[in-house]
Design a protein around this ligand. Structure first.
Ligand code: FPP
Length: 238
């Protein structure tokens, strides 16, 4: 698709929803939906890189997801390991910086080590920053930032706090806020995702389930975004 480059988002966030429904519709175990969803992750990453959008944040595992059946949680964490192993060469080749965001200390040690390794190896890449949110909760992120602010104030490292200073304490420090949030499978909720960062984000919801959300569907969402006029709360003439 031909996009008006200057109207494209700088940062896209995606709530990848509907893997379970996709599997259930096919009489398959839920994990098959997550496996199929990985192909959509690949297509979204490749398209974002090729189109030239510099930040992509994917909601892969929320704090709330820990309460799912043990086999599903283990299956998802295992898929993440496989994804990291398989995709590291691609990230090296295409200059992609990988970042895991969330309460990473909740994750199994082995996965933490793998995440650190991929983050370390890709940290100088500049073409695309790929954030994967894991054991993530927007409220927890804000609380975590508040605690760090208090600690730094007490230690005299900062004197005052405003929006810019506060944003530096979030997992997304130094990144632009998402311009566009895509949510698949029709749900109209934020689900505790990037609560601070999405104050002015445009929301695009599609009925398409995540495993079916491939490049064409992604490009359609981007195209729709380029047609919108953003207001950031200001009143323009009608
Ligand atoms: C939501 O579908 C999806 C998830 C909770 C997990 C998303 C994970 C992947 C796409 C695969 C692994 C990710 C990476 C980055 C390699 P759901 O299970 O809530 O679907 P449902 O609402 O239909 O039940």
């Amino acid at each position: 698709m031909d996009f008006e480059q200057e109207k494209l988002p700088l940062h896209v966030a995606i709530i990848m929803d509907g893997n379970g429904r996709w599997a259930t519709q096919r009489d398959l175990p839920r994990i098959e939906g997550h496996i199929a969803g990985i192909e959509s992750v690949r297509e979204a990453v490749t398209a974002t890189r090729e189109i030239g959008i510099p930040y992509l944040t994917l909601y892969a595992f929320s704090k709330e997801n820990w309460s799912r059946p043990k086999e599903e949680v283990q299956g998802l964490l295992h898929l993440l390991e496989l994804y990291l192993l398989k995709e590291l060469p691609m990230m090296m080749e295409h200059e992609i910086r990988f970042m895991a965001i969330g309460a990473l200390e909740d994750l199994p040690k082995k996965l933490q080590v793998m995440l650190d390794d991929v983050m370390e190896k890709t940290k100088r890449h500049k073409a695309l920053t790929l954030n994967i949110a894991l054991s993530y909760s927007g409220r927890q992120e804000i609380l975590h930032a508040v605690r760090s602010v208090l600690r730094d104030m007490k230690a005299g490292r900062i004197k005052r706090i405003d929006e810019r200073v506060f944003a530096r304490y979030l997992y997304t420090a130094a990144m632009p806020d998402p311009d566009l949030l895509i949510r698949t499978s029709g749900e109209m909720r934020l689900s505790n995702f990037l609560l601070w960062q999405m104050a002015y984000t445009e929301i695009y919801v599609t009925e398409t389930l995540w495993p079916d959300f491939r490049r064409e569907a992604y490009e359609e969402a981007l195209m729709e975004f380029t047609r919108r006029e953003r207001r950031f709360g200001s009143l323009k003439e009608y």
